[in-house]
Design a protein around this ligand. Structure first.
Ligand SMILES: Cc1cc2nc3c(=O)[nH]c(=O)nc-3n(C[C@H](O)[C@H](O)[C@H](O)COP(=O)(O)O)c2cc1C
Length: 147
């Protein structure tokens, strides 16, 4: 079964886990990179007018650089990201909207500062055309990820 791990990571934690997991299961990877990368100031959530707060409040789309080539070939898609405001960052929603997930198995994993997975999968679902999330978890190590 052909698998891809698509991940967004602003500070490196999710990237490290996602790359490690992908190499363990022999999956391809795609890094979800915003067209305008996040600076340290952009993700300062304690500042009410920082970029991350404006994006979340305005439910803004965050354009992504590049696309997954041959998306149709993948049967199993992992989507990974840091929990931002008890949900997936807006850039992940924007990424998901671009694809048709019909017939694919979608798994979600996230890193967080302490929050659980909560309603993260339900909030992501409207952006996943044709598929529902099969499993969603907050993890601290690659070994914990459903496979
Ligand atoms: C804008 C922003 C919002 C965040 N919101 C939450 C949150 O709601 N709950 C939580 O436990 N951690 C939250 N965090 C912490 C991140 O989820 C955590 O540090 C994560 O591991 C970072 O992953 P990364 O290094 O791949 O970017 C937030 C971090 C940022 C920058």
């Amino acid at each position: 079964m052909k698998t891809i791990v698509a991940y967004f990571s602003a500070q490196g934690h999710t990237k490290k886990l996602a790359e490690e997991f992908a190499s363990q299961i022999g999956a391809d990877t795609f890094e979800i990179v915003p067209v305008e990368p996040y600076s340290a100031a952009d993700i300062k959530w304690t500042n009410p007018i920082s970029r991350c707060n404006k994006e979340k409040m305005g439910k803004k789309d965050v354009p992504v650089s590049g696309k997954i080539e041959n998306f149709d070939e993948y049967e199993r898609i992992y989507i990974a990201f840091p929990i931002w405001y008890y949900a997936a960052p807006n850039v992940v929603n924007t990424f998901c909207k671009d694809y048709d997930f019909t017939g694919k198995s979608v798994y979600v994993f996230a890193t967080s500062g302490g929050s659980g997975i909560g309603k993260t999968a339900e909030k992501l679902d409207p952006y996943l055309k044709g598929a529902e999330v099969a499993s969603a978890q907050v993890v601290r190590s690659a070994e914990e990820i459903a496979r």
